[in-house]
Design a protein around this ligand. Structure first.
Ligand code: C2E
Ligand code: MG
Ligand code: MG
Ligand code: MG
Length: 280
């Protein structure tokens, strides 16, 4: 406050930080209420099998409809939830919701394998495997219908701890995917050690695939590597048909991207599937 009176530049900095902090504190309060107030909703984006092999799959992506601020994308509140520790509750909500939905789709005779994103912090929660086990039990969901997506950065801090959680999750029979593959710091050595079943190539490598020889070579060898390790390979962020054609030729297993469908509410996902069935 002295700085403010003397009119030095620190005052501005102070005020700036204060506003920043207050805004975040109020957002945290809002986020804590968001679950109770039903402001969070899961969207589902199809992960389409390229050669038609295998059943339907979708990734669950959380959205927050804030009563005053409107639509807030996950990129704006997930990192914040991670910093504040609220992510644990958020992940539990997402898991419960997605597992319930997958159970419902299965009972309706239209099974969808659903993927849920875990955050870096979740992998350090030793209670997570038991939570997931009881949720799938409650929803009567065979583990084949659940995939958990993790990122390489989840292992940076405490690799042994994270690895232990991963092994326990894998033992439940779930699928485990490495998300945003290629953007993290970790190496091939890591990938080999992780009990994963799927590799998702980051959008950054897919974007220019049809035009860039360099990217094409990276993606081709990543698909080959994945297959050699016995993993399913998924390309994310595919927006146009030429890229689909290239990926198909390369033997990629699944494609996720606007070219086939944007993330959408569960009911819209049902309609999307009906429309596709009629096309086939
Ligand atoms: P992600 O897991 O890599 O999810 C894919 C993101 O790419 C989604 O963004 C999706 O909408 C977007 N996307 C898909 N296809 C295309 C495309 O063709 N073009 C473009 N430009 N984008 C595409 P979204 O939904 O905004 O989510 C961003 C990130 O937020 C996710 O990246 C994930 O890391 C995180 N996230 C989302 N939901 C959750 C959640 O429930 N829990 C946690 N921990 N993280 C979440
Ligand atoms: Mg993901
Ligand atoms: Mg991703
Ligand atoms: Mg991503």
């Amino acid at each position: 406050y002295r700085a403010k009176r003397s009119g030095s530049g620190h005052a501005l900095y102070d005020t700036g930080m204060r506003t920043f902090r207050e805004e975040h504190l109020s957002l945290l309060g809002d986020l804590q209420q968001a679950v109770d107030n039903n402001e969070l909703i899961l969207y589902y984006q199809p992960k389409v099998a390229i050669n038609g092999a295998g059943g339907d799959e979708a990734e669950a992506l959380v959205r927050w409809i804030h009563p005053r601020k409107g639509f807030i994308p996950p990129g704006e509140f997930i990192p914040f939830a991670e910093q504040t520790g609220y992510i644990k509750e958020l992940t539990r909500w997402v898991l419960a919701r997605a597992i319930k939905q997958a159970g419902q789709w299965l009972r309706e005779g239209r099974p969808v394998k659903v993927s849920v994103n875990l955050s870096t912090r979740d992998l350090l929660d030793p209670g997570l495997p038991a939570t997931v086990a009881s949720l799938i039990d409650l929803a009567n969901l065979p583990p084949d219908y659940l995939c958990l997506e993790i990122t390489e950065s989840g292992f940076m801090d405490e690799p042994a701890k994270a690895l232990d959680v991963l092994h326990k999750l894998r033992t439940l029979g779930l699928s485990l995917a490495i998300d945003d593959y290629g953007t993290g710091y970790s190496s091939l050595a890591y990938i080999r050690r992780l009990p994963i079943t799927e590799l998702k190539i980051d959008r950054a490598f897919v974007l220019e695939l049809a035009h860039s020889q360099g990217d094409a070579q990276i993606v081709r060898s990543t698909i080959e590597l994945g297959h050699r390790l016995g993993l399913k390979v998924v390309a994310e962020g595919v927006e146009d048909q030429p890229v689909v054609a290239v990926l198909a030729e390369m033997g990629c297993d699944r494609i996720q991207g606007y070219v086939f469908g944007k993330p959408m509410p569960a009911e819209a996902f049902d309609q999307w599937r009906n429309a596709r069935l009629q096309l086939q």
